[in-house]
Design a protein around this ligand. Structure first.
Ligand code: NAD
Length: 439
């Protein structure tokens, strides 16, 4: 098929690349000239494992191209995907301006596409509103469907190729058949393609993210209780995870969830509920617990230093909201760094791929270190914020040579408490007893 994907972010670029890999001709459009110029140079504008090879192979084969002009791919397109951003406004509502701008441009095109698929995460009712817009502007030439995306950054190519399920929201049998055909190569292992109403498809995406976020917040609350009550949250997690009704996924306590999806989607659904007078206590609690959890580790650091970090140097390991991505949107590290700076600390930060983006946020207010070990030079403590593999094993002798004292605030419970005790490390983690804290 001939496809156009509008938006070359984490979702759009992966969608375009994976659909070209299965033999479709895909034109990816982005209004960001710098992004498209980067793609023309054969580079990927963000870090996503496996994506570069896919783009290179399919560009070379002539199936994948990039442009800033929507009109370039539109003439004979069978399907256009909208995969632009839907960031939160100040009060948590989903900002639909990018989606509406893309839809308006499509509706105004001399040859609008027969099918427009909304891949962006959009509030319930958006698909129907877009259908009305296209009906008004094109006299019924365009049919709008929803196809929410469930990929995870850092595993996006794999997730797109092996989805647990594909959700298609449309009342139109022909549209459903076209989209099923397009997605058939990705469900050869018999994972389902679920066709439902546009509203249910939109709601499915929010419900999935909100449930996952609520598991994280629930576990963070359990961790804080464990800490106060003398239980070990790692043992508790194992104890409940083996229950087949619960399972182990998304039950790690830590420094709170971040990224461009969970925080904004929880808030957007809560906003939608409130606007309709539907109580959303669970969503509000999920969000509030997370906001508190993001502050907790920094507050413990400040407490440890007696209420002020003046004259203290704190190293931060890991800046991205999770490993295997360079995305720092809503990353807990940003909150932690801000609080430490406000408390007077000198912050030495390191991340394997997220340095540039964090430099853009803090500029010269933090010291960006070229390696994890160099970040420790002269530090009074290190806070482990993102569980990159390279942080999983501590070289305590080298840390001792570089730091004033080996004090580790382990925001991801990476280290064994017995090892820490044996090696004389002062160790604070989440929902577990402190180690050597009286040193
Ligand atoms: P992003 O911000 O990384 O990328 C969006 C891109 O769209 C940008 O490059 C922007 O320049 C471009 N754009 C905006 N308006 C445009 C227009 N009118 N014409 C052409 N280009 C335009 O966003 P993302 O992280 O890829 O997310 C996209 C959508 O997918 C969001 O709704 C998000 O909630 C959803 N989603 C994201 C993820 C994820 O992990 N990032 C996962 C599932 C769903």
């Amino acid at each position: 098929m001939k496809l156009v994907v509008v938006g070359t972010g984490y979702v759009g670029l992966v969608t375009g690349a994976c659909l070209s890999e299965t033999g479709n001709h895909v034109v990816c459009v982005d209004r960001d000239k710098a992004k498209v110029a980067t793609l023309h140079k054969g580079k990927v504008p963000f870090y996503e494992p496996g994506l570069g090879e896919l783009i290179e192979r399919n560009s070379r084969a002539g199936r994948l191209s990039f442009t800033t002009r929507l009109s370039d791919g539109l003439g004979d397109a069978d399907v256009v995907f909208i995969a632009v951003g839907t960031p939160p406004t100040d009060d948590g509502e989903a900002d639909l301006s990018q989606v509406m701008a893309a839809a308006e441009e499509l509706a105004a095109a001399p040859e609008p596409p027969p099918i427009v698929v909304v891949k962006s995460t959009v509030p319930i009712g958006t698909g129907r509103a877009l259908q009305e817009l296209f009906d008004r502007r094109t006299g019924g030439k365009v049919r709008v469907a929803g196809n929410p995306e469930f990929l995870r950054e850092g595993a996006a190519v794999r997730d797109f190729n092996y989805p647990d399920r594909i959700v298609i929201g449309t009342p139109d049998i022909d549209v459903a058949e076209t989209l099923k055909k397009l997605h058939a190569p990705f469900v050869r292992t018999l994972h389902p393609i679920l066709v439902m109403s546009r509203e249910s498809a939109e709601m499915t995406k929010y419900a999935a993210n909100c449930l996952l976020a609520s598991r994280v917040s629930f576990m963070n609350e359990m961790a804080n209780l464990c800490q106060a009550l003398g239980a070990d949250v790692t043992e508790v997690r194992t104890g409940i995870g083996f229950d087949s009704r619960i399972g182990f996924r998304h039950l790690f306590p830590g420094v709170g969830y971040g990224g461009s999806c969970f925080p904004k989607d929880v808030q957007a659904l809560a906003h939608l509920g409130r606007s309709l007078g539907v109580p959303v206590e669970m969503l509000d609690a999920t969000h509030q617990i997370n906001e508190r959890q993001k502050r907790l580790m920094a507050e413990r650091v400040i407490d440890y230093f007696g209420g002020s970090c003046k004259g203290r140097t704190v190293a931060i390991w890991g800046l991205t909201f999770k490993p295997q991505t360079d995305d720092v949107r809503e990353a807990p590290a940003l909150v932690i760094i801000r609080l430490l700076l406000d408390a007077g600390a000198t912050v030495r930060a390191y991340d394997p791929v997220g340095m540039e983006r964090v430099r853009g946020v803090f500029g010269s207010r933090i010291i960006c270190s070229p390696s994890g070990m160099e970040a420790l030079d002269g530090a009074d403590a290190v806070v482990v914020v993102t569980e990159w593999n390279e942080f999983r094993t501590l070289d305590v002798p080298e840390m001792r040579a570089r730091m004033k004292q080996v004090v580790v605030f382990d925001g991801r419970n990476l280290y064994d408490r017995d090892d820490m005790a044996r090696e004389g490390v002062v160790h604070f983690s989440v929902g577990r007893a402190d180690v050597n804290a009286d040193q």
